[in-house]
Design a protein around this ligand. Structure first.
Ligand SMILES: [Zn+2]
Length: 410
């Protein structure tokens, strides 16, 4: 019964994902011969043609990945391989927590292996074909190994502690578990740009000169008081460009991709930085953290309830009332439900993007520079400027450049 329900949810999500991809592809094709006027103003015909090709190729690839993911998940749940693998780990220490943590990591890494060939294909075939790939096989393998070591190094102690909490704190363990995980996430936000990001990228302070003066003046004017603006060598892996904001409070910092610095004029970069500062000044980071905290607390309460039940673990062939399998099943199944809420999260995120854009427009005294930056970035990244509204509802955390330009100038 529970297994049937899970199978139904897997099928339902896959059907929705494939339908959205087909819907979006037909929307792109519908405009392929002649772009709408607002799009034609952003992209010349040749670039638009390449953007159409890139969008369609990505959608085909996504459909394959979605299908394989669903098949792997269904097979993992129905075949009995997960409880079969659990037995030897459990035998190591029937009352222990460390072996449960090892089991979760081993299972996660095994399931992650399936995605490796697709990840490779995406980078060295798809991105390569459209001129975006800058990575090498050697760098790609090194990235994967480092990522794996990080997952084990950080994940093992954290999972061990989470699984051990029941013994130390009793029925209220999930509240402590939530506090532990959320506290750890806050710590990670601070440590990420200092300890983890440098493992993968080189970060250098933006060189002295006109651009730096201009950006620091903007930061001063908007009350952001940036100490440094860092440039990251994103070009080592991809020609795609980006800017982002990490940390909070004293630990906040702004990181610009070197590709972005190369592609944009100083005035445009100033507008992009003003947008990032806008996220900070409008309080988007604490708001998103609060939402995430509420969701995680709810998730922990649900895990605790499922772990107490006699039916949940048993439905998938696991011994009942053992926490490690409940965590695993929750991790595998929760996406089947949260997928349907992604339009809500994207709606909030897009609202924040509009707010940050409006902040940037005021900070640089007019929409011109940000509009120019958005147009240039849409061309350089071959953005799909005509997504189907249902598709963008499920998949776009940002409004399209056309929508942003309309909001900026309207
Ligand atoms: Zn933004």
């Amino acid at each position: 019964m529970v297994l049937t329900l899970a199978a139904g949810l897997i099928g339902l999500r896959l059907a929705a994902q494939l339908a959205l991809n087909v819907l979006n592809a037909s929307e792109v094709r519908r405009h392929a011969a002649g772009p709408p006027p607002a799009v034609a103003a952003m992209m010349d015909a040749a670039t638009y043609g390449r953007a159409v090709g890139y969008s369609l190729a990505k959608l085909r690839f996504d459909s394959i990945v979605d299908t394989v993911d669903a098949a792997v998940l269904a097979a993992a749940l129905a075949s009995g391989v997960l409880p079969w693998l659990y037995a030897p780990f459990r035998a190591l220490a029937p009352d222990g927590s460390w072996n449960g943590a090892l089991y979760l990591l081993a299972t996660g890494l095994l399931l992650g292996l399936v995605s490796l060939p697709f990840d490779w294909w995406g980078q060295f075939r798809l991105e390569q074909r459209f001129g975006f790939n800058q990575s090498t096989l050697r760098l790609w393998v090194a990235d994967k190994l480092k990522g794996m070591l990080l997952v084990v190094g950080i994940g093992f102690p954290l999972l061990w502690a989470l699984l051990g909490l029941v013994r130390w704190t009793g029925d209220r363990w999930w509240l402590w578990g939530f506090a532990l995980l959320f506290g750890f996430q806050l710590l990670l936000i601070v440590l990420y740009p200092r300890l983890i990001l440098p493992l993968f990228n080189r970060l250098t302070p933006l060189a002295a000169g006109e651009l730096r003066e201009r950006l620091l003046a903007l930061a001063d004017r908007t009350g952001f008081r940036a100490r440094t603006i860092q440039v990251m060598d994103g070009s080592r892996r991809s020609a795609h460009s980006n800017a982002f904001f990490t940390g909070f409070g004293r630990f906040r910092r702004i990181v610009l991709y070197d590709t972005l610095v190369d592609q944009l004029a100083p005035g445009e970069l100033e507008a992009v930085l003003a947008h990032e500062i806008g996220h900070y000044k409008r309080g988007h980071i604490p708001k998103m953290l609060a939402v995430s905290a509420a969701l995680q607390a709810g998730g922990f309460a649900l895990v605790a309830w499922l772990a107490r039940s006699a039916w949940f673990n048993a439905a998938f062939g696991f011994p009942p009332r053992e926490l490690a399998p409940t965590f695993l099943l929750f991790g595998l199944l929760s996406g089947l439900v949260t997928f349907w809420f992604s339009p809500v999260f994207n709606l909030v995120s897009r609202h924040h993007e509009y707010e940050a854009d409006a902040f940037a427009r005021d900070a640089v005294h007019g929409p011109g520079p940000l509009v120019d930056a958005l147009r240039k970035l849409a061309r350089k990244n071959l953005s799909n400027l005509t997504p189907h509204p249902l598709y963008s509802g499920f998949h776009y955390s940002h409004p399209t450049p056309v929508e942003r330009e309309r909001a900026l100038t309207g």
